[in-house]
Design a protein around this ligand. Structure first.
Ligand SMILES: [Zn+2]
Length: 254
């Protein structure tokens, strides 16, 4: 999706913009302030469809059991934010954030069901123009999942690549999707996952202006307090992956 060089250029540009606006001042950097590094897993579909972005319900359940047995505790987006802002905020010894992109119906039918079975939580990033269309989450599903302790985030209106848009288009995608979802769940939407991981040198600034506290990329890695809040890293989980702990360890260092 991106060459390593392009990614590095984007990181530097975004960090410069954020540094200049002062937004990053609350995110201390340096090893002493890094604290726990939180893995953020990125799933898409949980079902029986074909494709490398689908894991079967059995595999997903196995992943949840493995994470639990290894001592990981799932956290909400709000706990994730609090921990990044305040070193004193309570966080499990081994926190993990599970995320789902694209808002497929199977997120409700399979993932949510299994998460509830194990008393776990996750964040679901929804493409708002597809809400209520065939094979996608409906307003009712999103409301029920939010009421059931799941976090909801934006995956933009159209799922077009933010890195390829003008500032105005990107601002519209971010603001309109946030407002739509806030109308659905009646609570603030403060995180966005960039479609296909795409961003450019203005994305961080636009996301900040659109009242987001953070943006998730698809760059491999984990998130510590020093991680740029608008280039948050994740660990993708694909259909062909084996043991989830081994996969995490393989991809956590980017
Ligand atoms: Zn997507």
């Amino acid at each position: 999706m991106f060459s390593r060089r392009t990614f590095l250029k984007n990181c530097i540009s975004a960090a410069t913009i954020l540094g200049a606006s002062g937004t990053l001042s609350q995110f201390r950097t340096g090893l002493a302030a890094e604290g726990i590094s939180i893995p953020v897993l990125c799933y898409h579909r949980v079902g029986d469809t074909q494709g490398h972005l689908t894991v079967t319900p059995d595999k997903f359940e196995t992943d949840l059991c493995r994470l639990r047995d290894e001592g990981y505790e799932t956290i909400s987006l709000e706990t994730f934010r609090q921990y990044r802002l305040d070193p004193e905020s309570p966080v499990p010894d081994k926190p993990i954030l599970l995320t789902f992109d694209d808002g497929y119906l199977d997120n409700y039918l399979n993932a949510y069901l299994l998460l509830r079975k194990y008393g776990m939580t996750a964040a679901f990033f929804v493409i708002t123009s597809l809400v209520g269309t065939p094979d996608r989450l409906s307003v009712g599903h999103i409301r029920e999942m939010a009421a059931g302790g799941m976090s909801i985030g934006s995956h933009t209106v159209s799922h077009r690549e933010l890195g390829e848009m003008s500032v105005e288009e990107a601002a519209n995608e971010m603001s309109l999707s946030r407002l739509y979802l806030e109308g659905v769940v009646q609570q603030p939407i403060r995180y966005i996952a960039y479609p296909k991981g795409s961003f450019n040198e203005s994305t961080a600034h636009v996301a900040n202006e659109a009242a987001y506290w953070g943006g998730f990329s698809v760059m491999n890695g984990t998130c510590s307090r020093g991680t740029n809040p608008y280039i948050l890293r994740r660990i993708p989980i694909f259909s062909f992956d084996g043991d989830v702990i081994r996969t995490m360890n393989k991809r956590r260092y980017g």
